[in-house]
Design a protein around this ligand. Structure first.
Ligand code: NAD
Length: 257
């Protein structure tokens, strides 16, 4: 019996083979889950469809930009028609204007601040709201991806650190709100991984170097490390865990000066 047999997993955030969401998707599919993916827009659809050829079964795929409420509603209407249920929901999406990821934090613009909050933090609430009727009444779980810059100042992370703080708080409020429906909500705080989004943070390679030098495991984590932990948190093995931020960071976050 595989961990995710008979379970439907909806994963937001696959863009390419380096995406953390792709590591999670592979782990869920290997554990027997039926997969549904989004892609941000039609331009990105071909790359996601091509990548999906590597999965054991062709997943359900549709466009969904989380800044467009109608698209989010239409996406979950499609999931309702296709599967009638959701057991696992993954939020692995974030964005910030490039000019906000570097320079002085005091220069953060309202537009840049609002965009990063909308896409990287608020959208967790919107996705959970639409998924709720499909998740209610059976063991189900939501997972989002966060980073250490939510709680400590990380050079260059700036506006995204503030969005991640909001995301972690959203996780706790959603966990309290949706727990009585049987829906667990957790955040996974991943160590730095070279992805398209991460490369937008100025000085990102020195963050990778710092983990290799200081983290207890003396190495950076991979998309597969995150995928395995995500599989655990989304499976019934984690049935007593909700509202938590769990670190998959080679232990970096426990180190002092
Ligand atoms: P990525 O660039 O591969 O993934 C980001 C995803 O967000 C893409 O699929 C993109 O299409 C999607 N996205 C952006 N705007 C969107 C919108 N308006 N609507 C729908 N989708 C949208 O990068 P990643 O590093 O895999 O990022 C995934 C998550 O992991 C993010 O939340 C990121 O903050 C988090 N994270 C990353 C790291 C890291 O070092 N890479 C560390 C910790 C947490």
């Amino acid at each position: 019996m595989q961990l995710m047999n008979d379970k439907v997993a909806v994963v937001f955030g696959v863009a390419n083979k380096r995406s953390i969401a792709w590591g999670i998707t592979k782990a869920l599919a290997d554990a027997g889950a039926t997969i549904a993916l989004n892609y941000q827009n039609d331009r990105m659809g071909d790359a996601v469809r091509k990548l999906a050829e590597d999965l054991p079964e062709t997943p359900y795929m549709a466009a969904c930009d989380v800044t467009n409420d109608d698209e989010v509603a239409a996406y979950f209407d499609g999931i309702q028609r296709e599967f009638g249920r959701v057991d696992a929901l993954v939020h692995s999406i974030a964005t910030a204007k490039r000019e906000e990821l570097g320079g002085e934090f005091v220069d953060t613009s309202w537009e840049g601040y609002a965009l990063s909050q909308q896409v990287s933090a608020y959208s967790l609430i919107a996705l959970a709201r639409h998924a709720r009727p499909l998740m209610k009444g059976h063991e189900s779980a939501v997972l989002c991806l966060t980073y250490y810059g939510a709680e400590k100042v990380v050079d260059g992370y700036n506006v995204m650190g503030v969005a991640k703080s909001a995301l972690e708080s959203n996780t706790r409020y959603l966990a309290a709100n949706l727990g009585p429906d049987g829906i667990r909500v957790n955040a996974l705080s991943a160590g730095p991984i070279k992805t398209v989004s991460a490369m937008g943070v100025s000085g990102f390679s020195s963050i990778l170097d710092s983990v290799e030098q200081k983290a207890p495991l003396r190495r950076n984590v991979t998309q597969d490390d995150v995928g395995q932990a995500a599989l655990f948190l989304l499976s019934d093995m984690a049935r007593g865990i909700t509202g938590q931020t769990i670190y998959v960071d080679s232990g970096y976050s426990i180190i002092g000066v």
